[in-house]
Design a protein. Structure first.
Length: 134
């Protein structure tokens, strides 16, 4: 897999406060924090930057992540993860997303993450140099 030249790095945001249906007073680390730690322990692509964030306001949909990659790419919110067991799947989709110029992974190349967990998608912002939408 190779990066798309001239595109900004990808941010993989992981909600560290997600509790995946557990009581908020549970003494153990929350599933979102455990998912973040599992991703931090994987070999992520060089241009994928992992960031822990507090609350993506998606509390009813399990652990949540966001993939975003600058003004030329779509931004995706994924939810319904249960915790660290989903880390490899998330790494796979982040690597495929990072290879795109617009954030759109070809349909046949999408890992199962897309069908099971995709939530809202946000179109990229148009840049002054974007003549496709003029």
């Amino acid at each position: 897999m190779t990066s798309t030249p001239g595109t900004p790095p990808v941010e993989l945001l992981v909600c560290t406060t997600c509790r995946a249906g557990l009581p908020t007073d549970a003494p153990a680390p929350r599933p979102g924090a455990r998912l973040h730690d599992a991703l931090a322990g994987l070999d992520l692509p060089e241009r994928v930057i992992l960031r822990g964030v507090e609350c993506l306001s998606n509390c009813d949909r399990g652990c949540s992540i966001v993939l975003r990659g600058g003004p030329g790419r779509w931004t995706y919110v994924y939810g319904n993860f249960t915790g660290p067991d989903d880390a490899e799947l998330i790494r796979d989709v982040a690597a495929r997303y990072e290879q795109t110029a617009d954030g759109l992974i070809p349909w046949r190349e999408r890992p199962r993450i897309s069908a099971r967990t995709a939530l809202p998608a946000s179109p990229h912002r148009r840049s002054p140099n974007d003549r496709r939408n003029a």
